[in-house]
Ligand binder design. Sequence first.
Ligand code: KMH
Ligand code: ZN
Length: 276
Amino acid sequence: MAEGDPVVITVAPTGPLTTRKEHPRVPLSPAEIGAAVAEAAEAGAAVAHIHARDGEGLPTADPAVYAEIVREIRSRCDIVVQASTGVGLDVTPEARVDIVGSGDVDVTMATLNPASMTFGQGTFHNPPWFVERLAEIMRERGIHPELEVYDFGHVGLCLDLVRRGLVNEPLQFSFVMGVRGGMPGDPALLPQLMAMLPEGTMWQAIGIARAQLPLSFAALALGGNLRVGFEDNVYYRRGQLADSNAQFVRRAVELVHTAGREPASPGWVRERLGVT
Ligand code: KMH
Ligand code: ZN
């Protein structure tokens, strides 16, 4: 991020794992997600990272549900919409290709997870054929990849996709920290991760659970962007659930202002990434 650039705040309101048991107001239906994202956009979020759930609240890659979520969001606000292609551990890579491959889901960005790994108690399947297929489809359709890395070796895999022309600059990385099976939620790792990136690469820190707030402070200090929301953390402070996703966004905006910066608008993000 260039000196003086605004800070991009992404809201991840749902995720694949958070249930009503963890938070009674996690938005699950397309209309609930649309309303939560609009409230977060009003609070200062520029990007919405979305996951879809089926009628039972389980993660789904059904393009029709994704398309419905996008419609619900777009009817309320102009936030940049980013589709998760990670979906959930039990959804196959074959099914996940359809999110960007079907042509029915009109999103500006989508995630690209470069490697398979242990994820909590399960396995997150991202075999090389799947990563390459997703990258090709996104390149063809002008969908900008959010490169989600959970460990140091994943950065190299992403840069290899760039070298092979499957992913184009400007690059946008997420350092996901605090997943069991990935790197720990330790802010001291950020400078080493940053050192692996080409100059001018945008990045954000995704801190899971109690790593969320310390990593937000560290990302701000080091020139990174912020992500908040019920996908990553439901506690506003120890023992106290957040009221809403927007409450997290409001706190992120406060941090940004305390750091003497401004939150980015959706328009700024589109211009910076060269997308419409
Ligand atoms: N579904 C999780 C296993 C993404 O959104 O692309 C990881 C995830 C990543 O949520
Ligand atoms: Zn996600």
